[in-house]
Design a protein around this ligand. Structure first.
Ligand code: NAI
Length: 418
């Protein structure tokens, strides 16, 4: 394989324009980029990144390159790549291995191609790169100083590796930063998931019964945005506290088996497997739409749906119509893959500004450390998280109050009561 694999180099001019457009909404990352250009904190360090190949990711990897890193990039999902962005990145000197719609074999070949660059740092979204590196190239692992992980599912997998004694280098869980998950997972996934489903189907949300599976950070955002468009939202959860939160936020809560009979649109955002299973599919109304916002395409039992169906046809781009024995039709969007990235453009740049500022600063933090950290999953250092929040507010021209000396003292004391 050449030192890149993209769909069509002629798409590059369009990709460059779209990267510039996103950059305008990424003031925090741009500041970091300017500093990196002067200080070169990543000089000569090979970084292998497995991220969704979007305009925002392009701005992140260009920031690292500006800091002196030798970055290579592959896709974190077979359907999330923007081919014009991949072409532009190759022209900008970033070896990129990503084609939208690549099959599973090519997806892993692309990950392996980025590992041939012998990374000293890794950036992952979902932990496919880290697990492939550990399984296929155990010798290369010793070369790695550390890595970062972008999403909830990846953090869960890496913590499981740590528990089993299998994780061989330290990883910072960028997802755990408040300036990441409070905003990216909630407002980013909320808006872009609705955007993806709308682009795929052009449905009217007002009056629809929308069933959201999982009321975590992503589910909260999706539910709120669907409600804002006039949908009647039902939440299905397995966690009692998340379910309580959903009730008090004003939604109906019930087991999915009950909701299955009522929903017009079903959206999974759990990070779990077979959440919408055969038993639920059997109960659904004619015309029900199924979409997934979770990281992997395992949340809807697609093999189960295939089994139940008598026929299948693609009725619109990203919409597969499954006709069941009794002639009910169910519509699966984007083959059950992250609908916001597969059909729409993923999260808006303004929210990725914070996620990727955390990524850039965590990579710098790992590169600058004198001593290698223990092979564990670490939270984002508090000072990085707080700084990203401060810079974002500043970029929005919003000022806030600060504590007086008296208040600081009061908050540190215990003597004073009523
Ligand atoms: P979270 O941990 O905050 O929430 C997940 C929720 O799902 C929890 O409340 C859990 O109790 C619930 N859940 C688990 N199994 C369930 C089941 N069988 N039925 C109903 N509820 C169930 O996780 P977060 O941050 O909301 O992420 C969810 C998924 O979305 C992950 O796979 C994550 O990687 C992915 N993600 C996707 C993004 C995108 O762009 N589409 C962006 C950020 C995260």
């Amino acid at each position: 394989m050449a030192n890149y694999d993209i769909k069509d180099p002629s798409l590059s001019p369009q990709g460059k324009l779209r990267i510039d457009w996103a950059s305008q909404e990424m003031p925090v990352l741009n500041r970091i980029r300017e500093r990196f250009a002067q200080e070169k904190p990543l000089k000569g360090i090979p970084v292998s990144a497995c991220l969704h190949v979007t305009t925002e990711t392009a701005n992140l990897v260009l920031t690292l390159k500006e800091g002196g890193a030798q970055v290579v990039l592959c896709a974190a999902n077979p359907l999330s790549t923007k081919d014009d962005v991949a072409s532009a990145l190759v022209e900008y000197g970033i070896p990129t291995y990503a084609t939208k719609g690549e099959d599973s074999k090519t997806y892993y070949q692309h990950i392996l191609a980025t590992l041939k660059h012998h990374p000293r740092l890794t950036m992952d979204d979902g932990a496919d790169l880290v697990t492939t590196l550990h399984k296929e190239h155990p010798k290369l692992v010793t070369n790695v100083i550390g890595g970062t992980e972008e999403t909830t599912t990846g953090v869960i997998r890496l913590k499981n590796m740590e528990r089993d004694g299998k994780l061989k280098y330290p990883i910072i869980a960028v997802n755990e930063a408040r300036t990441k998950r409070f905003f990216d997972n909630r407002y980013g996934t909320g808006q872009s998931t609705i955007d993806g489903i709308t682009r795929a189907t052009n449905i009217l949300w007002a009056g629809k019964k929308v069933v959201v599976c999982g009321y975590g950070w992503c589910g909260k955002g999706v539910a709120r945005r669907a409600q804002g468009l006039g949908a009647r939202v039902i939440i299905a959860e397995v966690n009692s506290i998340a379910a309580l939160e959903a009730i008090m936020d004003g939604y109906q809560v019930m087991p999915l088996l009950e909701a299955a009979k009522m929903g017009d649109v079903f959206i999974t955002a759990t990070g779990n497997t077979n959440v919408i299973d055969g038993q639920h599919l059997r109960e659904m109304k004619d015309g029900a739409i199924l979409a997934n916002a979770g990281h992997f395409n395992v949340e809807i039992n697609i093999p189960g749906l295939e089994q139940l169906a008598q026929s299948k046809r693609q009725i619109r781009p990203f919409v597969d119509e499954y006709t069941l024995e009794d002639e009910r039709r169910l519509y699966l969007l984007a083959e059950g893959r992250v609908v916001n990235l597969a059909v729409a453009e993923g999260h808006p740049a303004s929210v990725m500004d914070m996620s990727f500022a955390n990524q850039a600063l965590c990579i710098e933090y790992l590169a600058k450390r004198q001593q290698r950290l223990e092979p564990k999953v670490y939270p984002v250092p508090e000072e990085i998280d707080t700084e990203v929040g401060r810079l974002k507010l500043m970029s929005m021209n919003i000022t806030i109050d600060s504590l007086t000396d008296e208040q600081k003292k009061y908050l540190q004391s215990w003597e004073a009561g009523t």
